[in-house]
Design a protein around this ligand. Structure first.
Ligand code: ADP
Length: 397
């Protein structure tokens, strides 16, 4: 067996999957929610055809891992009987120093916590889960796989903000980019789908989920991406604004809006939810179809921004071989895909309407025969990528 326990942790939740890395099969998966909320914890575990769900008191991440171990026992397959050879932890922010999957020891765990300054919503939860997992699985290698690492190949001209050099250096202000685990697997699978080596391709990936980012990939290496110092920059998202004139933030602060309120407005109350009242594109689409002007405008703003980046990345890459849509809206939004791709025929991008609208899942080509740019839908699978990167690192030790 060559299984990996993949852990995707937040401050109050832990999602996990046990993946057989060779076949991609999910041997078990589950989640623990509402960690730290007195008596309100919830535990779900799925293995084979069975699902176990229960409420439990989960005061912290160590208790969460204890509950996970109990779930495996209750499902009839204790976790040590699954052939797990590594624990792979998704970590959102790796700063400038973590440019590849990294074997976790105490010092690495401490550095991940230090980076919480750059990712206050994510890294503290990762750190708590890593420390707890090291305690529960002390004999397994633990690997951190970073969302930022894939973008560490960006050239300085793409990651540098035009700020005073000393100020930027003192405060660590530069563009890092996120969703790198997804951009990596999606670009590789897109290359496999058309049977060409990733090293030969110029690719533009649109990861359009609740969080959304685009990436320009040259020969398998990220050369530009739309998220920046934090996941706030770039595209319009479910609850985040994406690009806003930094002057607007100064304006709000000068008018007495607190830093915490500005933070909430930009990260939690903007994007689709801010413009329409719902962060879910299905609601926005239904409202627009019913004639709601705010929803129609929100879709126009969303599409306009994505088209900006598509044009920009065609310039950055000097053309493209593939344009690849992934994540919730990218995989399930033929209407959005058509709007984003419309009018790019001049550069050889031609959608096939029937292929685009076909009600099928899985990786597929949606451009027309003869389109110079191959447009694809490729489902993302971040857990599979974390499993693969973890195994590769452990095998190289
Ligand atoms: P996350 O960033 O949380 O991983 P996902 O990639 O799962 O997000 O995307 C979730 C979003 O995808 C939903 O909020 C919704 O807007 C959109 N979505 C999911 N299913 C559909 C669908 N069938 N049609 C349109 N949009 C969808």
């Amino acid at each position: 067996m060559n299984a990996v326990l993949v852990v995707n942790s937040g401050s109050s939740s832990i999602k996990y999957q046990v993946i057989d890395e060779r076949s991609g099969e999910r041997l078990a998966q589950g989640l623990v929610e509402r960690i730290g909320e007195r008596g309100a914890g919830h535990v779900v575990h799925r293995a084979a055809a069975s699902e176990l769900a229960r409420d439990a008191d989960i005061p912290d991440h160590s208790a969460a891992f204890a509950a996970i171990v109990e779930s495996f026992v209750a499902a009839g397959t204790p976790v040590d009987q699954l052939g797990i050879v590594a624990v792979g932890h998704r970590v959102v922010h790796g700063g400038s120093e973590f440019i590849a999957p990294t074997l976790i020891d105490r010092a690495v765990a401490d550095r991940i916590l230090d980076l919480a300054e750059l990712a206050p919503l994510h890294n503290p939860g990762h750190h708590a889960a890593i420390v707890a997992a090291l305690g529960v699985f002390p004999d397994l290698p633990h690997v951190a796989v970073f969302d930022t690492a894939f973008h560490q190949t960006m050239p300085a001209k793409a990651y540098t903000y035009a700020l005073d050099r000393d100020l930027a250096a003192e405060h660590g202000i530069r563009r890092y980019g996120f969703h790198g685990i997804s951009h990596a697997i999606v670009s590789r699978r897109a290359a496999e789908l058309i049977g060409r080596p990733v090293e030969e391709l110029k690719q533009i990936v649109l990861h359009l989920g609740n969080g959304a980012s685009m990436c320009a990939i040259d020969g398998g290496r990220s050369v530009d991406t739309s998220m920046g110092l934090t996941p706030l920059e770039g595209l319009v998202m479910g609850t985040r604004s994406g690009n806003v004139d930094a002057g607007a933030i100064l304006h709000l602060l000068r008018r007495g809006v607190s830093i915490e309120e500005v933070d909430r407005e930009l990260n939690k109350r903007a994007g689709f939810v801010g413009m329409t009242g719902s962060n879910d594109f299905r609601d926005v689409r239904a409202a627009a179809a019913g004639g709601d002007e705010a929803a129609k405008l929100a879709i126009e703003v969303y599409v306009h921004r994505a088209r900006h980046y598509l044009g920009a990345y065609l310039a950055v890459l000097e053309g493209a071989d593939t344009v690849v849509f992934t994540a919730g809206l990218g995989e399930n939004g033929p209407d959005l895909r058509a709007l984003i791709c419309a009018g790019f025929e001049w550069c050889g991008l031609l959608l096939d309407p029937a292929r685009n609208e076909a009600d099928v899942s899985g990786s597929r080509v949606i451009s027309a025969e003869g389109s110079r740019i191959t447009v694809m839908v490729v489902p993302t699978d971040e857990e599979a990528e974390i499993a693969q990167q973890s195994i590769a690192l452990v095998a190289s030790l």
